[in-house]
Write a protein that binds this ligand. Structure first.
Ligand code: G3P
Length: 215
């Protein structure tokens, strides 16, 4: 499973990218709002930091507007793909963009049926939102597993990005379910690296080293 970061905050992207684990970035208007800067400039900077796919989101509600926005966003850099929301107008836009060779990430996916429609329209990626499903008492990991199973059954090329991840168990669950990619918030990346036994182990090694270093 490839690891993407789900943020528009460039300092966070640089920090995790320096770990050597990052293969892409996803952004959306809410994340750009947290970064509080011009969206297109921000996407251009991110595309220069990380080699892999960078998702930038279109905000039009009609297909022609989505397509026009997608062309502009995709022109920012070769590794930029365009997030299009799941809806009938979004499907029309995804279909047209796929014929133009512009990569798309169909976002706001909450069911396997929506994922089936998105892949049939030609989406490069689909993003099921696990945390938001859990928020309303559904099982996000279950929906993810259904999508992965169906795509494997029919050898669908659309890649599944497990999104709206809130904690480390969402990441492990996504890997076990067979997601192609997990897009992970900065704080969850930091939590993944931590374990109390690792901290205790380092302390013990250092304490023992102090005892023998001058022998
Ligand atoms: O990638 C989708 C993600 O940004 C949504 O996360 O926590 O707002 O549901 P959340």
């Amino acid at each position: 499973m490839r690891l993407f970061i789900d943020t528009a905050i460039v300092d966070h992207i640089r920090e995790i990218n320096d770990w050597g684990v990052l293969e892409g970035v996803t952004t959306n208007p809410s994340l750009a709002c947290k970064a509080n800067r011009n969206y297109r400039e921000c996407v251009a900077e991110i595309a220069g930091i990380v080699d892999g796919p960078i998702s930038a989101e279109a905000v039009s509600l009609e297909a022609p507007g989505m397509i026009a926005e997608a062309r502009e966003l995709a022109a920012i850099a070769a590794n930029v793909n365009v997030k299009i929301p799941m809806c009938p107008e979004g499907l029309k836009a995804i279909s047209a963009l796929s014929k133009e060779g512009i990569e798309t990430n169909c976002t706001l996916i909450f069911s396997a049926n929506q994922a089936l429609l998105a892949s049939s329209a030609g989406a490069t990626f689909v993003s099921p939102f696990l945390g938001r499903l859990d928020d309303i008492g559904n099982d996000g990991l279950r929906v993810l597993a259904e999508i992965v199973e169906i795509y494997e059954y029919y050898a669908v090329e659309t890649q599944v990005i497990s999104a709206s991840l809130r904690h480390v168990q969402h990441v492990v669950g996504s890997a076990l379910a067979g997601a192609d990619i997990a897009t992970i918030p900065y704080d969850v990346f930091k939590a993944m690296a931590r374990h109390p036994l690792t901290d205790i182990g380092i302390e013990r090694f250092l304490a023992d080293w102090e005892k023998i270093k001058d022998l």
